[in-house]
Design a protein around this ligand. Structure first.
Ligand code: DQA
Length: 150
């Protein structure tokens, strides 16, 4: 079976991981999380691309780019996860299966973090496992994508 192409997309303030509220988000940087994901991807025969932006429009453009270029995606849209109908519409436009990731358990936090506007379109949602959530999501997405191709 050929390599799967998976896009890893991170939204606002995730470039600040490592220094940003480490008691909530941990001490790993985004670069370290991406390096761990790359190791898991090599084992799973998955090709990853990485994208991070603080801008909602840039994220929408990146999701649009997935059409025809990615088999699936992982996204931590940061605070836009709670508000961005534009990102939800972008995923609806491209029909690329994705998993939503959050480092923290958003459901154990403030009420405004409980609403997840992309989640209804996701294959699944992983939250509360810190940086391991990205690897868990990659494994779950790979399994989901390959199940359809066996
Ligand atoms: C987050 C949770 C969001 O509520 C927050 O705005 C973030 C990070 C997480 O990974 O836990 O920026 O998506």
């Amino acid at each position: 079976m050929g390599p799967l192409r998976v896009a890893v997309i991170n939204g606002p303030n995730l470039n600040m991981l490592g220094v940003r509220e480490p008691e909530i988000y941990g001490r790993e940087t985004l670069a370290q999380i991406e390096a761990s994901l790359s190791a898991a991807a090599a084992e799973l025969n998955v090709q990853l691309t990485f994208f991070q932006s603080n801008g909602e429009g840039e994220l929408v453009t990146e999701v649009q780019r997935l059409r025809g270029t990615a088999d699936g995606a992982l996204i931590n849209a940061g605070a836009y996860s709670h508000s961005s109908i534009a990102l939800r519409d972008a995923f609806a436009s491209v029909s690329v299966p994705f998993i939503e990731v959050h480092l923290s358990n958003v459901h154990a936090r403030e009420p405004e973090r409980h609403r997840l506007v992309l989640a209804g379109q996701a294959v699944g949602v992983i939250c509360g496992f810190g940086s391991y959530g990205y690897e868990a999501a990659l494994r779950g997405l790979t399994r989901h994508l390959r199940a359809g191709k066996q």
